[in-house]
Design a protein around this ligand. Structure first.
Ligand code: HEM
Length: 534
């Protein structure tokens, strides 16, 4: 979780960073301006005048393209695409250097900046100097405290029950399940219900909810904007821009309706939306403006589900591919949860091996595959690359997480034991960064980890997973990563092996499911639905 003390500012330098503080123009800042010794940084051979490094490029897979290039060119390299030149970093040493908050801060650039028309100064897309970042951060951080998380747990179980109901039906019909599609349904419902008391009815629909379609459209459009020459974008992407405007309008309408409904109903019972609407900053007494609330709701609905959905999908892919690892994880779930129909909040954190499976999946495929950092003053990166204030670099996490110098020559191999405590302790810091770094790191980290560990455990306990024969992992990119077309065949575990399948509300709640006092989620719809998973 992003972590300044409440009420404190981000690093002093971050306050003056960003385009306004630096006096730099908004928009793309090419590396030519900020890296005086750019010539020393390798780039792909066969660079074309004007177009740059576009030969052999897969426009739809820029991350995997960069991974291929990074392996060839080394831990600090550069790419130029249609006049945009930027530096990419994946080595452990320069990445650790970029994590130094006294010299570097988040850079809002490339794909993230392309989301500004939609999310503006919402938490994810805010420039460091924008006052609404600190305000929203301080107001919303308590929404991710341990107490708040324990409050979301009951609703997470309820939504997971909708998933297992759906999977039971697919199993009965003899169909393989669409893993990324169903994980997206699950994670959207989870953040919408826990954060905003809203039900998208995702599991009752044959096709994705229009909100999801519009969101996928805007993320894809934000990525495409980088893959065409900027001056030609209005022409080349005219149709796409029209569709994007319609997508944004739908997202805004959906959120406005949700907020209006909450205002009409006179407030919920303390979820994220209540915090956004009613909580004043503890020191200044300031509240979020209506426009900023809209941007935060969109930010949380998008950031809060797409990445977790990918993380769950990759983890299920690896579990289906490695039955021995699935068996070990399942044995842990059986041991820790026993016959508990309704596992409690604290019983999730005890699933150490399941969590390692998740970490290892996020190592190989961090679903938000990078983050950018900018220099707060003139400095030298990793002792060798001078940078001027405002210069920036992109950290390519899927390659950082495969650095053989850190992870060994078998870094491509899926092995959850890499996250055993002893192994973690012996690794250098800043070598595992799926949630970004510093004060602008992911605020929803604990939320995502709790939800994903819980759901993986529930699925392992209930089903055997069989990958469809012949499936080869293909990763789609739309700013986030997802295993494309991954389907799995299910088998219900034998009754004596699996946990109880009685409806959860028939069982007494586990001791540690007791809601935090006043927690809305256990009272307002947080009770187990008929299908709460066993
Ligand atoms: C596995 C799931 C997730 C991954 C891999 C992930 C990854 C990230 C990363 C890498 C960043 C930093 C981006 C940057 O520096 O530019 C970030 C920021 C953020 N994430 Fe997540 N995230 C996940 C889940 C969530 C969830 C569940 C929520 C909300 C409930 C969330 C909300 C946010 C927000 C609001 C920010 C911006 C924080 C700030 O700048 O203050 N994320 N996330």
């Amino acid at each position: 979780m992003a972590g300044t003390a409440r009420g404190s500012r981000p690093s002093g330098a971050a306050r003056s960073a960003g385009p306004a503080g630096l006096g730099l123009p908004k928009g793309f800042r090419g590396a030519e301006l900020g890296w005086p010794e750019l010539d020393r940084i390798p780039h792909p051979r066969h660079r074309l005048p004007l177009l740059g490094d576009v030969l052999g490029v897969d426009r739809h897979r820029p991350v995997q393209d960069s991974m291929r290039l990074g392996r060839e060119l080394g831990p600090v390299f550069r790419r130029r695409i249609f006049g945009k030149e930027f530096v990419i970093v994946w080595g452990a040493e320069p990445t650790a250097d970029l994590a130094d908050e006294s010299r570097f801060a988040k850079h809002v650039g490339l794909g993230v900046a392309n989301l500004r028309p939609l999310a503006g100064d919402g938490l994810f897309t805010a420039y460091n100097h924008e006052p609404n970042w600190q305000l929203a951060h301080d107001v919303l951080v308590p929404g991710f405290s341990r107490e708040a998380m324990a409050g979301y747990h009951g609703m997470m179980l309820t939504v997971a029950g909708r998933l297992t109901d759906h999977w039971d039906r697919e199993l009965a019909a003899g169909r393989a399940v669409d893993v990324p599609g169903d994980m997206t349904r699950l994670t959207l419902e989870t953040i919408a219900r826990t954060g905003f008391g809203h039900d998208f009815g995702s599991f009752e629909r044959d096709r994705p909810h229009p909100f999801v379609t519009a969101m996928v459209g805007t993320l894809g459009y934000a990525q495409r904007l980088n893959s065409v020459p900027a001056p030609l974008a209005p022409l080349m992407l005219r149709g796409a821009a029209r569709r994007n405007a319609a997508d944004m309008a739908l997202l805004n309408r959906t959120v406005d309706a949700l907020v209006a409904e909450r205002r009409r109903s006179g407030g919920g019972e303390g979820d994220l939306l209540d915090r956004m609407l009613a909580t004043a900053h503890p020191e200044t007494g300031e509240k979020l403006s209506p426009q900023n609330v809209r941007r935060q709701v969109i930010t949380f609905l998008v950031a809060g589900h797409e990445t977790t959905s990918g993380a769950l999908s990759f983890a299920l892919y690896y579990l289906a591919r490695h039955p021995e690892i699935a068996a070990k994880a399942r044995a842990e779930v059986d041991r820790v949860w026993g016959g508990t129909a309704r596992p409690g909040y604290d019983q999730v954190a005890k699933l150490r091996y399941v969590r390692r499976v998740l970490d290892e999946s996020l190592r190989l495929w961090p679903t938000a595959p990078g983050y950018a950092r900018e220099a707060l003053r003139d400095t030298v990166l990793a002792g060798g690359h001078p940078m001027r204030r405002g210069a920036w670099a992109l950290v390519l996490t899927p390659l950082l997480h495969r650095d053989p110098g850190v992870w060994g020559e078998d870094a491509e191999r899926f092995d959850p034991d890499r996250f055993e405590p002893r192994a973690v302790r012996t690794r250098p810091p800043h070598t595992f960064k799926p949630f970004g770094t510093g004060v602008r790191a992911c605020i929803g980290r604990q939320f995502a980890l709790h939800e994903a560990t819980l759901v993986l455990a529930l699925l392992l306990r209930r089903y055997e997973l069989r990958a469809e024969p012949g499936y080869r992992l293909a990763v789609t990119e739309r700013l986030t990563l997802m295993p494309q077309g991954f389907r799995v065949r299910l088998e219900r575990r034998r009754a004596d092996a699996a946990a109880p399948s009685a409806p959860a509300q028939a069982a007494p709640p586990a001791q540690d499911t007791a809601p935090a006092e006043g927690c809305p989620l256990h009272t307002a719809g947080g009770q187990a639905a008929p299908g709460t998973p066993a």
